[in-house]
Design a protein around this ligand. Structure first.
Ligand code: IMP
Ligand code: MG
Length: 183
């Protein structure tokens, strides 16, 4: 375990989910995936950078054959139409003849995953499932329903186990949540 409190760029975070509980939840997801996919070949798309730590632990536990793909998606405020997405690489080359499993660190409003789902369906991929380490159901604003969920959490902001605050804090092995501002 890391320390029970950390500070990033002046903000205080407190220990929330310990590494042992995180890995136990991922073991459970791996069992479900192994059961679901059997011996089918699968494409796996890892959404960087947040889901990298999750995927590093999960992928070696999977028994079916798979090929991994990576994409990095950033949401930014466009000039005219509000939120826009920037994908790197801009085009995904994923075969349409296999089911696709997306690995994400956290589904918050669902904006990112809704965008990705639409894009992949346009691309012709029919069978898409989503596994997310964390899910914030109270924050959801788009029709995204993960099939595999490590933990349901409240709307609080979290860091650690791959998740960042302004690109810092990804390295902690436990997950921390932002402490309410002191009165
Ligand atoms: P969404 O599009 O609102 O579902 O959120 C998209 C992305 O925002 C997630 O994939 C994360 O990378 C990031 N994000 C959302 N909530 C948190 C958080 O609590 N901590 C760190 N990153 C977050
Ligand atoms: Mg993410």
């Amino acid at each position: 375990m890391d320390s029970t409190e950390i500070r990033i760029q002046g903000l205080e975070f407190e220990l929330y989910i310990e590494n042992e509980a995180i890995t136990a939840a991922i073991d459970e997801i791996a069992d479900q995936l192994n059961h679901h996919y059997g011996d089918h070949s699968v494409n796996i798309l890892v959404v960087l950078q947040g889901a990298e730590t999750f995927s590093n632990y999960l992928l070696p536990l999977l028994k079916f054959p798979y090929k991994t793909h990576h994409t990095s998606i950033k949401t930014y405020h466009g000039l005219a139409s509000g939120l826009e997405m920037k994908m790197d690489p801009p085009h995904l080359h994923i075969s349409t003849d296999k089911p696709l499993l997306i690995l994400e660190d956290i589904v918050d409003t669902g904006f990112t995953l809704n965008y990705l789902f639409d894009l992949l369906k346009e691309h012709g991929i029919e069978h898409i499932q989503l596994a997310t380490l964390l899910f914030k159901p109270d924050s959801l604003r788009y029709p995204v329903q993960p099939s595999y969920i490590g933990f349901h959490i409240g709307p609080e902001f979290v860091v650690g186990f791959g998740m960042d605050y302004q690109e810092e804090g990804r390295q902690y092995e436990d997950i921390y949540k932002l402490k309410p501002a002191a009165e």
